[in-house]
Design a binder for this molecule. Sequence first.
Ligand SMILES: *Cc1c(COP(=O)(O)O)cnc(C)c1O
Length: 695
Amino acid sequence: MNGNETASDIPTPSLTGLDILRDEASSDWSLEDADITYHIDRWGSPYFFINSEGNVGVRPLIDSDLDVDVMKVVEEAHSRGIQLPILIRFQDLLHRRVVELNESFRVAIEEFRYENHYQGVYPVKVNQLHEVVEEILDAGAQYNFGLECGSKAELLATLPHLTRDEMLLICNGYKDRRMLSLILTGQRLGKNVLPILEKFHEFEEFIAAATERNIPPAFGARVRLSSSGSGKWRESGGDISKFGVSIPQIMRIVHRLKEEGITDAFKLVHFHIGSQITDIITLKGAVREAARIYTKLVKMGLGVQYIDVGGGLGVNYDSVDFGLDQSINYTLQEYVNGVVYTIKEICDIERVPHPVIVSESGRALTAHHSVLIVGVLDSTRKEPELTLPKVTEQEEPVIRELYDLFETLKSIATDTGRGERQRLARCLEIFHDAIEKRGDADQLFSLGYLSLEDKGNAESLYWRLIQYLDQILKGFDRDSLPSDLYQIEDMLVDQYLCDFSVFQSILDHWAIAQIFPIMPIHRLSEEPKRRGTIVDLTCDSDGKIDRFIGEDGERNHLPLHELNDKPYYLGCFLMGAYQDILGDMHNLFGRVNEIHVYADAEEQNNFYIEANIPGTTITEVLSLVQYSSSDLRKRMDGIIREKVRLKEIRPRQGVEFLEQYMAALKEYTYYNFTDLHQVKENKDKPSFTDDRQEP
Ligand SMILES: *Cc1c(COP(=O)(O)O)cnc(C)c1O
């Protein structure tokens, strides 16, 4: 407490609780506490962890414990002049996931004596970036890992990547003539390209086109299963799905193939019951149904060779089965075992040869490899560092009453003689009184009975009370709190303003309320004493993150560190699936700067940055909405010339203004952090010369 607070006419209550809040580094905070606070074990293991320096580390290699300090990567990027926000791609992690998926299948196939192999494909829509696709193909080469496409553009992008004839290219989505014809060309080139027919008429068109070009056709069909998925994406499967061929239509296809004598054309049975399948039992049900369909088709004399179980292999955004609606209740190996064992079981019962197993896992391969790093620009407290007002005997009654609540609260805090329930009931009463008095103060002010200073004092007292209550309530079991008191924790949450756009970089948080792991990437050996939500730079009230992974389920704030004069960085993890690609141009923030990091024991700090892909410049985002920089220049020049003509500015200034404008067009769309920290350093020097002082 500083001097002017205690200089009031009556003694200021000593806010025991608040003193604890301000205390410097409580010594019993350990890295394990940080582990628990941010649940890194649940979503990050074995890839992400907290290292001995209190920074987030990553172990990107499959066959080594080599680790990379994420903070050191950010520092190196910073020293090279790469601005935040930065998307870091750990290319080795992509590699690792591809190998892990394939090896899991190899292990299961061996264990269950499955008599065929696994040959997966990567659905490029999950992350179409060329380097991501190339890394996956490179890691998957030893397994003949292929690709999946869902549109004409994706077909054009993927076809030239079929370097070996055995690799599969699975073509999903609705296909027009041009697309079907390109697929036939791929087949004619000897490539293993399979269109997955979604509609009966696609079948007719495809067969007609093949006959016309005299190419023996090969295709798969997406069957409409009765089983549907679980979780957020469940409507992609089941009877109500917009995709898939019904069983009566499959029968029509079978009859037509028999008539034409091309029963070998039907190569693959496909299903996809949605992304991030949360329940393994749902998946097994779908596999069982598809496997039955496969065996019946084989028995009818068709040459089906593959079962494609689609995507849906989930990622632990929090943990195996921890209560969020996106939690999955299985591990990678359990998923793989379920697929392999179920198919084998059904085929053995039906006495039909085991098919090649195909899967289209996208999220599970890509989610881990990229981390978005954002800088915190500022934090806003609900209860700013208030000095407790001087309260005199002549004070407005409402202020005195608020003040008196302190005394009462203090007696509750120290009175341990009374039972818990009684003390909670008193806290609740004081909370309600505080709200009522604050309301009174607001009303009195509106009616002109309270000065601005008094209103300020009333607000200070109110927030200090809430803060004090919050401290007292920490001594109680949170679940035992009445709901009004339960919400106090959320009332005291700070807003951390961060340099990024939710709509560009973490779209699913906004669109489908998905929760991503977010945590500071450094200072983890310090106790995070604040609670915050995250707000972005966009002028949109939805541009915020206020749902985080909590103890059991979600929480509305994140424990964060108090800002000091050094940069504070947050990492948003598991960003590699869908987010990179979905981002829109909200408020014209474009793609963020991107760096590709490789682990290497020979390098200083165990890593090197290979590629630096600059984010979108302002000129580029503007051109996407049809502004040309030459037109903008002409307009800006016109405005400036007019002012020069009117002698409101000098010609030399006019030239400078135009240059400044043109230079800004070439810049990165995000906040310039370098400027921020320079301004802080040169606080005393004015950063602009004042034009008006010119003679
Ligand atoms: C989106 C999609 C996938 C990828 O699903 P994940 O859950 O990301 O693995 C696979 N197949 C099809 C047909 C899809 O539409």
